[in-house]
Structure formats: C-alpha cells, structure tokens
Design a binder for this molecule. Structure first.
Ligand code: SAH
Length: 431
C-alpha cells in the first residue's frame, strides 16, 4: 500500500516540477511514508525523523512531510506537538495536504492562480498519480494498485483500521484507468491491494465484486499478469475462485492469512472463522485451482497463546504445506482491543523460539516443494537485473534467477530449473 501511495505522490510531485534527489541532506522536500503495523516499524520512523531534524536544523528552508499510518486519520494534532519540525502531515493514501501546503507556501509558482483555475490545476496534479515516476519508466515491470482502502474488520491485534480509516472501495472505472495507464508505461503485472481485498465492491453503489473487476482487468491488452492480496478467509467466494481458475492472466497465487491454528486464539483475535473452516477453504481452493500457491500470515505469541495452542499452528502449517508463510511475533499496538484487554504474556524469548520453529519448518517444506521443480520448465516474467543475473517470478510467485546476455526486462521467458533452495530457484533460459 505504501509503495503504491509513494508512487502516486512521486508522480504528482513531478507534475509540480520536482525532481528526485538521492540524498535527504540535499533535498528541498523529504517525505517519510510510514508503517506502524508492528513496534519495530514504528521505531524505525523515529530514527529517521531524528536524522531529518538534524538536517532541518542546518537547512530550515527544507520541507518535511510525514505520511501514512503513523499519521493515520486522526493522529496529526498530537504528532504536530511532538515533531514541530515536520511541516505537513498526510493520512495514508492522501497526498492532498502536501499539495495544498506546497501551493500555499509559494513553492509552486504556476499554481498561484485565481480560485477556479487553481481548483483545475489541483485536480490535474491529483490525476497525475496514474503516471509512473520518471525514474521507473522503462524499468518497472510490476506495480501495486490499491483497490480497497481502509479496513472495518477490527481484529483485536491490528492497528490498521484505526489508522487507515473505514473500508472503502475505489470505483471499477478508476482502477481500470490506472491499470491501463500503467500498462501504457510498460507495466506487465499488477497486484491489486486491499486489507480484505476480496471484499472489493461490497460498498459501491454499482454492483461490483473482485471477480467482476478481475474480468475487466483481464481484458486489458498488454497486461500479462494479475495478482491480488490479501484475502480474508471468510470472503473468498466460489465466484472469486472460479474467476481465478478461468481468467488466463490471473495468477494461481493466493494470500490468505490464517494468523493462528487454534480456535481459541482465533476467537481472541476476532478473526471470525475456525480452523476447520480454514481447512474447508483450502480444499475449495485446491479443488478449483489444483496447484495454487497459497501464502499465509502467522502471528506467534499472541496474548495467552499456550505451548499447546502454538503446536496447533505448527500442525496446521505442516498439514497445509503453504508456499510461503509470513511469520510475525505479536507486537502490542496502541488502542487495539488486545492492547487494552489482553496482557502481552508470552516472553520475547519465547516468541522468538516459536517464530524460529515455524521458520525451520517452512524452510524444510519449501526446500522439498521446490526440489520438485528441478528439471522442469517454468514461465518467468523478468523484473530486474541483480548481480549480473536476471530476476523474475513464475505465475506461482516463485523467485527465479538466470543468466543471459540479452535485455529481457519485461519479457516472459521459459527457464529450465537446475537448482532449488527454499526461497528461490536457479536455471537456464530455453531459447
Ligand atoms: N489485512 C490482512 C493483514 C494486514 S497486516 C489480514 O486481514 O490478515 C499484515 C500482517 O501483519 C498481518 O497478517 C499480521 O500477520 C501482521 N500483524 C498485524 N498486526 C500485528 C501485530 N499487532 N503484531 C504482530 N503482527 C501483526
């Protein structure tokens, strides 16, 4: 989400005449786009703000903007007191305050016009968010496209609903226009984003679902691949799974966070499903999309999680054999139900032990899974060059590296796999 928000903002700033600057020490404007999903991410922001304060002390003319979940929809007044050297505060996905600030402070001379024109120009700047920033043109192959902003689910551990506001879908037309614009600038793969992406459309006046949106996007000429994340298990309808199975550009790759493998923990998290329901969903997915890559998220050390309950999560991972598991240690987030009512009673050391156990399990299960690809040919969309090798992904989101002398950025090529590790594959391009 933040990557997409930063891309939108960068394009708007370029329309206003700004150009990228590699060093904050030399920049006229620095924007920090922030994530607070875990305390560790939040701490990193304070570190960066500290070094910006020093720079601003020497160059008081520079503008500092703070964007994203640290600011949220209502934290700005408190932050203004705490960080007086920050000039502008922007909620997630809303660059408006910065654009207004730059206009109001004479930083954009062309915009000092009478009210009516001013409005038109502001709109023009807002609209330019569909462009790719100059630096990415001809280079970027994949892009994130937010389709549902905010979240109204309120899992007890999660700060996102407090910071990103109520769930709201963007309109189908707006999303399709953005994807078309991106494809026109060289993007070959889009990942549609939402906290509960499979709830797309439920709040729109016109009838729309994620399945109907996928159909529209699948028809865009020049686009090769479509992914979406993250899905909440309760909203993965058969209609959606059928669309994934049918539509040629939609990758067989699903991100369905389970968070825990024990019913009591799931209830304390207020996830709204049981382990059995989740197993049923896995069966439904595999019946329709037999080799689907299924990814998930896990939180270890949630308040009250006993050793036996953790074992249930371990067993779930062993049974499902996910293609990727994102594991987080539980982190207390202010104002959440868990922070107010459930003591953080699993020690840091124990959380690390549980995380490491799941990590080891995943490492060995992925090594086994990926070994089966050795000798096989996979289709790779080439995204970038890294240390003299091409780097790309398969439709199942496996990371592949291979060597070749020609320029392959944005191309889809066949690669025969020679080596497989848990996190990536190595192979040769087939002519
Ligand atoms: N909307 C998605 C997840 C978004 S946040 C969902 O419904 O699952 C991404 C991941 O961060 C979550 O899946 C969760 O595993 C992790 N996360 C969120 N809050 C957390 C917290 N307080 N402590 C640790 N991990 C957390």
């Amino acid at each position: 989400m933040n990557e997409a928000d930063s891309r939108h903002l960068a394009s708007q700033l370029e329309t206003m005449g700004y150009t990228p600057c590699p060093l904050p020490e030399e920049a006229d404007l620095v924007v920090l786009n922030t994530c607070v999903v875990r305390q560790q991410a939040e701490n990193r922001i304070y570190g960066r703000l500290g070094s910006l304060k020093t720079i601003k002390h020497e160059r008081p003319d520079m503008t500092i903007g703070l964007m994203g979940c640290l600011v949220g929809v209502k934290e700005a007044p408190a932050l203004r007191k705490r960080f007086p050297y920050v000039d502008v505060f922007m909620p997630p996905s809303d660059s408006g305050p910065l654009i207004d600030y730059l206009q109001a402070n004479d930083q954009v001379e062309t915009l000092q016009l009478e009210e009516q024109r001013d409005r038109t120009l502001r709109d023009a700047i807002q609209d330019s968010k569909n462009l790719l920033p100059i630096e990415q043109r001809g280079k970027a192959v994949t892009a994130f496209v937010p389709i549902v902003l905010g979240c109204s689910h309120a899992c007890t551990f999660c700060i996102i609903p407090y910071r990103r506001g109520l769930e709201r879908s963007r309109s189908t037309d707006e999303i399709v226009a953005e994807v078309k614009a991106l494809v026109g600038q060289g993007i070959r793969e889009v990942t549609l984003l939402g906290q509960i992406v499979d709830r797309f459309g439920l709040d729109l006046p016109e009838p729309a679902t994620l399945a109907s949106l996928l159909r529209e996007i699948n028809a865009i000429a020049g686009l090769e691949r479509i992914r979406f994340l993250t899905s909440h298990p309760n909203w993965m309808t058969d209609e959606l799974l059928d669309a994934v199975a049918e539509l040629d550009k939609v990758c067989p790759h699903l991100e369905v966070p389970v968070q825990a493998g024990n019913d009591i923990v799931l209830e304390n998290m207020r996830r709204g499903y049981t382990v059995d329901k989740y197993y049923e969903l896995i069966d439904r997915i595999r019946a329709r999309i037999p080799h689907a890559a299924i990814h998930t998220d896990i939180i270890v050390g949630f308040p009250g999680e006993s050793e036996a309950q953790f074992k249930d999560t371990y067993n779930l991972l062993e049974t499902v054999q996910f293609d990727k598991v994102h594991i987080s240690k539980y982190s207390v987030r202010p104002k959440t139900v868990a922070a107010r009512r459930m003591p953080d009673d699993v020690s840091e050391k124990e959380k690390s032990r549980r995380r490491d156990l799941l990590d080891q399990l995943q490492r060995s299960s992925l090594t086994g899974k990926n070994q089966q690809l050795v000798g096989k040919t996979v289709s790779v969309l080439v995204e970038s060059e890294q240390k003299g090798r091409w780097r790309g992904r398969t439709p199942h989101n496996k990371l592949v590296f291979f060597e070749d002398d020609s320029d392959l950025i944005g191309r889809i090529v066949d690669v025969q796999i020679d080596h497989a590790g848990p996190w990536s594959l190595l192979g040769k391009m087939i002519a």
